[in-house]
Design a protein around this ligand. Sequence first.
Ligand code: HEC
Length: 157
Amino acid sequence: MGKKKRKGFLKYSFILLLVAFVVMQFFTINKTNPKVEKAKDFIAIATPPADIEKMIRSACYDCHSNETVYPWYSNLAPVSWWLEDHIEEGRSHLNFSEWGNYEEDKANHKLHECEEEVEEKEMPLSSYTWSHGDAKFTDAQRDKLAKWFKSKMTGEE
Ligand code: HEC
């Protein structure tokens, strides 16, 4: 390619990318939260102390409840699609807004998983803590939260 031609090619590619980006913006995500029934909410049922409640709300509820707070960049494709994916998958594994529907066995199992995921630093997802400072825990906080989850299990393990 000659110099002039290559410049034209770059310009053309850039415009094409720009058009693709603009077109993507038409594919918005659905940000309507499903209805929340207070009586079924995990925090309402398990009544954690204030500091634990704050941790769970700020580090888990955006993906594991029907009380998701969407950040501004959730309006920006393709980031929005990626967020939507996390929220859908998060809710499908564990939805604190539907806690009241879980049988005792299931609830115990989820509490155990919560303890493990928190202890092993799997949750909250690291991609989430980058952008949510209040979801970053110290080791002591992590330990406290994990133990609290465990303490809510009923019967034997
Ligand atoms: C950014 C979204 C996001 C946040 C924030 C988040 N999770 Fe998750 N969580 C997911 C996704 C997605 C999955 C399923 C895929 C996986 O296991 O990585 C999951 C899976 C889990 C599971 C496994 C459930 C099962 O039975 O398979 C547990 C337990 C869990 N999360 C607990 C938590 C807790 C507790 C917090 C807060 C301390 C939290 N998560 C914060 C997205 C999130």
